[in-house]
Design a protein around this ligand. Structure first.
Ligand SMILES: [Zn+2]
Length: 268
């Protein structure tokens, strides 16, 4: 029952509780001090419940992978929102030149449009993860919608590559108990990130490289984008160029690049 809990229900419940406490205090049925304290506690709990859903690396609603077990200097590059015929190809070329693997969290709809590109990505030794079917808001879907969305993306990936994905990254990394439970039911581990570059804002290649440098540590999972939701119109040239420099810089610092499976399956 708790597994099916939605963040929205919890927030509505807490909002009702805050209103009730304020009402009781206003009518003098509880002391004003108690009324204010209980209301404040409700507001703080609601804020914490919201943050638990949107911050990428906490386990409040269930196990979320945000970094790799770091017995050695390994990092995982992850690219979301593809496949994109222009930028996925360019990133694949950089990864081939540098001879490093990465993980691509693809959208089911994009995978159905470009199955050959997903197949090629997997054939080059990269891992394919599920990033939902259409980059929808998983926090607002009913259980049936959520189950269907994740399953459609799984199927698109399996049809393109011949194998089922192991990892799910919800759009924006948002999750609540139902999202985590549904991912698990479909055999997927939820994976977010520990290093965010905000490459979708195109702040400049130097800024992207610097953000990785500031946050990287053994076991880091780095979030980048080869696509752009379902629109697929945003430029990703900076991401392509930054990827090359990030790889060379981290290699020079003794880091080794791994796919998620390589690092996480070893652990089991
Ligand atoms: Zn995304």
């Amino acid at each position: 029952m708790l597994e099916e809990m939605r963040l929205a229900y919890l927030l509505v419940f807490l909002l009702c509780a805050v209103t009730l406490f304020l009402g009781l205090g206003y009518r003098g049925l509880v002391s004003r001090k108690h009324s204010l304290c209980l209301s404040l506690a409700g507001i703080v709990l609601a804020g914490a419940a919201f943050l638990a859903a949107v911050l990428p690396g906490n386990h409040v609603y269930g196990a979320t992978v945000a970094e790799l077990p770091a017995q050695e200097k390994v990092v995982a590059l992850t690219f979301d929102d593809g496949p994109n015929p222009v930028y996925t190809e360019k990133i694949l070329a950089v990864l081939a030149e540098e001879k490093v693997p990465a993980t691509f969290f693809v959208l089911g709809e994009q995978a159905r449009k470009h199955p050959a590109l997903v197949r090629k990505t997997a054939a080059q030794g990269h891992e394919i993860g599920n990033h939902s079917d259409r980059h929808g808001d998983v926090m607002r879907m009913s259980q049936a919608e959520l189950a269907g969305d994740i399953a459609r993306a799984n199927k698109a990936i399996e049809q393109a590559t011949g194998s089922r994905p192991r990892y799910f990254r919800p759009p924006h990394g948002f999750r609540d108990p139902m999202v985590l439970a549904e991912a698990e039911r479909q055999g997927l581990t939820l994976v977010n990130w520990s290093v965010i570059c905000r490459d979708w804002l195109n702040p400049g290649v130097d800024v992207l490289v610097d953000r990785v440098q500031q946050a990287v540590a053994p076991g880091a999972i780095i979030l980048l984008h080869d696509g752009d939701g379902l629109k697929q119109t945003a430029p990703r040239e900076q991401t392509v160029e930054a990827t090359r420099i990030i790889i060379r810089t981290l290699k020079a610092q003794g880091y080794r690049f791994v796919t998620l499976s390589e690092a996480l399956e070893q652990q089991k």
